[in-house]
Design a protein around this ligand. Structure first.
Ligand SMILES: *Cc1c(COP(=O)(O)O)cnc(C)c1O
Length: 346
């Protein structure tokens, strides 16, 4: 007998962006925030009572639920804490999809969706975006049990209005999960749809907008009826004591959040303009990265030459993306180093 289920043996697994050992590199490949997290996070972690570590954490993370509910104008019962946004994706897919209940999403998008679907053993319906990354009209008619729209989308940085997503939610018979991992850098979000629809799950991450990728914390916003079902599927203690305390401190520090967000947006706009001057076609981005298109020299060659200079960006060797580089917005200094290197290479 095979040791593993057939779909596991056949699956490729998720390929994460390269994490260099050395800190002496310009790392613009995995969309981390270039600024440190809120000083309140550091204070909170430093003052943790060891007694709290001896005990199991609050399984619901209620301190965080309250704070996140306030920020998003929903009830605490509409929030579920997760071990990173990725945990919510796994919970939602295993709660909603199976062999006869498919998963649909527009492509290209976050490459984890297909990996999780393979593990779950559900059918996948991939609906291509057009060149401008508009919401594909066919997405409403796939009959999928779960539809995911990444908004802002990765790796395009493109954005679909909450009005359009509300229309999609009303057309779908199944659940719509809106992956808002990057929404902290956009002008609008869909949190209110969690009040208006009983089939919408909003995914949020503390990794990008709050500079806590190492902490592993994300959350769902949805109608209480949906949260109740999702809670049955999560690990009983999916978020730990340190993470609950740190994430709560971070989301409460609105000033730090707003300042960090504003700095990234300013640099995103500068980076976009400078890349365009160098001959890249850059889609307007609503996230903390840009997708830069170039014909000559080849994106793969530019990538290699940047690595030689200890500068890491993301290159996807797949059709539709192999003429593009996805570049995380760094500090003004990091972006300057990248632009200087690109000027030499081109
Ligand atoms: C980063 C990211 C997430 C969630 O990341 P976590 O670090 O697990 O919170 C989800 N979706 C997309 C598209 C992302 O880029």
């Amino acid at each position: 007998m095979a040791y593993f289920r057939d779909n596991i043996e056949k699956a490729k697994g998720y390929v994460a962006g390269f994490q260099p050992e050395s800190t002496d590199v310009v790392k613009l490949n995995t969309n981390e925030n270039p600024y440190p997290p809120s000083p309140e996070v550091i204070k909170t972690l430093a003052s943790i009572d060891p007694e709290k570590l001896r005990r199991y954490p609050d399984p619901m993370g209620n301190a965080f639920r309250q704070a996140a509910a306030q920020v998003n104008s929903v009830e605490p019962g509409q929030i579920m804490c997760c071990n990173g946004g990725d945990d919510l994706l796994r919970i939602a897919i295993s709660a909603i999809c199976d062999k006869s209940r498919s998963l649909a999403y527009p492509v290209p998008t976050y490459s984890l969706y297909v990996v999780l679907a393979q593990i779950q053993g559900c059918q996948v319906v991939e609906v291509p975006f057009d060149r401008e990354f508009n919401l594909p009209s066919k997405l409403a008619a796939t009959g999928a049990a779960l539809t995911i729209v990444c908004n802002p989308n990765a790796p395009s940085g493109s954005f679909i209005s909450s009005g359009e997503l509300a229309c999609l939610a009303s057309e779908l018979k199944g659940v719509l999960l809106i992956d808002e991992a990057y929404v902290d850098f956009a002008d609008q979000n869909c949190a209110s749809l969690a009040n208006d629809f009983d089939n919408v799950i909003i995914l949020r991450s503390m990794s990008k907008g709050y500079a806590l990728a190492g902490l592993r914390f994300g959350y769902a916003i949805a109608a209480e009826s949906l949260i109740e079902q999702l809670l049955k599927v999560k690990d009983s203690y999916n978020v730990d004591v340190l993470a609950i305390a740190a994430a709560t401190a971070a989301i409460k520090d609105r000033m730090c959040f707003e300042q960090g967000r504003a700095k990234v947006i300013t640099e995103r706009n500068r980076l976009t303009a400078e890349l365009q001057k160098l001959g890249f076609v850059v889609l307007p981005s609503h996230a903390n990265f840009v997708l830069a298109v170039i014909m000559e020299p080849k994106a793969a060659q530019i990538y290699d030459k940047l690595v030689e200079r200890n500068i890491y960006v993301r290159y996807f060797d797949i059709p539709g993306l192999n003429d593009k580089l996805r570049i995380t917005v760094g500090t003004p200094e990091q972006n300057g180093t990248l632009l200087g290197a690109l000027r030499e290479i081109l």
